[in-house]
Design a protein around this ligand. Structure first.
Ligand SMILES: *[C@@H]1O[C@H](CO)[C@@H](O)[C@H](O)[C@H]1NC(C)=O
Ligand SMILES: *[C@@H]1O[C@H](CO)[C@@H](O)[C@H](O)[C@H]1NC(C)=O
Ligand SMILES: *[C@@H]1O[C@H](CO)[C@@H](O)[C@H](O)[C@H]1NC(C)=O
Ligand SMILES: *[C@@H]1O[C@H](CO)[C@@H](O)[C@H](O)[C@H]1NC(C)=O
Ligand SMILES: *[C@@H]1O[C@H](CO)[C@@H](O)[C@H](O)[C@H]1NC(C)=O
Length: 222
């Protein structure tokens, strides 16, 4: 292969990889029905977010995480788009369940006035709350959305609800409309009721171990 062909090949490969990554979030948001459940449309090239929990686990395109793995607020990074201000939202549209979402949406986290891509510079309007889907309600979607603000949001006049009771029956559409937010990025994970599943399996292995020990003991006694 000539150098020119090689360069062309490398360039094509780069474009293909870049394009597939750029549209991956769009594909997943379509697959997981983010439209029409909480949004009317998606921009063409949603940016991906680097959402990492203290447990080292990442939110990635609808993967399943356990409630015990997402208890504390994650770090959220994204490639710098441009300056200006951004808002980050985490919302659960599946309240009480995806099939019967009469309390859609539960607001889990809202940070506004983030400078460029520095999350810690933002103002936390609604404090982070991990996922706690009730027993028997199946998988819930936890959707992260990154918005570009058109200007800073004056919190004293914004009248954003931030109490436990105000978290339910919220609307991403209203939020976007009221503060002129433009969707630029996102990702999602899923979680379901965990209960004491971990405890039960520990107990089962403990019982199994004891039974095995008893069998071995009886065997060697003979
Ligand atoms: C994603 O975030 C984690 C935690 O902040 C960081 O260690 C990692 O380097 C980031 N990855 C990318 C690709 O930016
Ligand atoms: C849907 O959820 C509501 C509570 O939000 C409940 O009263 C109702 O019975 C549920 N319907 C079904 C079909 O599960
Ligand atoms: C991010 O914002 C925080 C809080 O305003 C500030 O202390 C920190 O220096 C900023 N980091 C960068 C890289 O600008
Ligand atoms: C946004 O607009 C809707 C509809 O006009 C309204 O009901 C809601 O309370 C407003 N505020 C927020 C913070 O969503
Ligand atoms: C920015 O949003 C506010 C509402 O939050 C609106 O009143 C204003 O006209 C918008 N400005 C621009 C330039 O779109």
């Amino acid at each position: 292969m000539s150098l020119r062909k090689r360069l062309l090949f490398a360039f094509t490969l780069f474009v293909a990889i870049y394009r597939s990554e750029a549209s991956e979030v769009n594909d997943k948001f379509t697959e997981f029905e983010v439209v029409p459940d909480i949004l009317d449309t998606l921009p063409d090239d949603l940016k991906s977010l680097n959402i990492t929990y203290e447990t080292g686990l990442k939110v990635s395109l609808g993967n399943e995480l356990k409630p015990s793995e997402v208890e504390k607020a994650p770090t959220v990074g994204w490639n710098l788009i441009d300056g200006g201000y951004y808002a980050l939202l985490m919302t659960d549209p599946d309240a009480p369940s995806r099939v019967n979402a009469t309390r859609r949406e539960i607001r889990h986290w809202l940070v506004v006035n983030i400078v460029a891509n520095n999350l810690t510079s933002g103002e936390e309007v609604v404090s982070y709350r991990g996922s706690g889907p009730p027993e028997g309600t199946g998988l819930h979607r936890y959707i992260f959305l990154l918005f570009k603000q058109n200007s800073t949001i004056a919190l004293d006049t914004a009248n954003l609800p931030n109490s436990e009771t105000d978290r339910a029956l919220t609307s991403t559409r209203n939020l976007m409309g009221n503060f002129t937010l433009t969707l630029v990025g996102g990702d999602l994970f899923q979680a379901q009721y965990e209960g004491n599943a971990g405890m039960i399996s520990t107990n089962i292995s403990l019982i199994f171990g004891l039974v095995l020990a008893q069998i071995l003991y009886t065997f060697y006694e003979k």
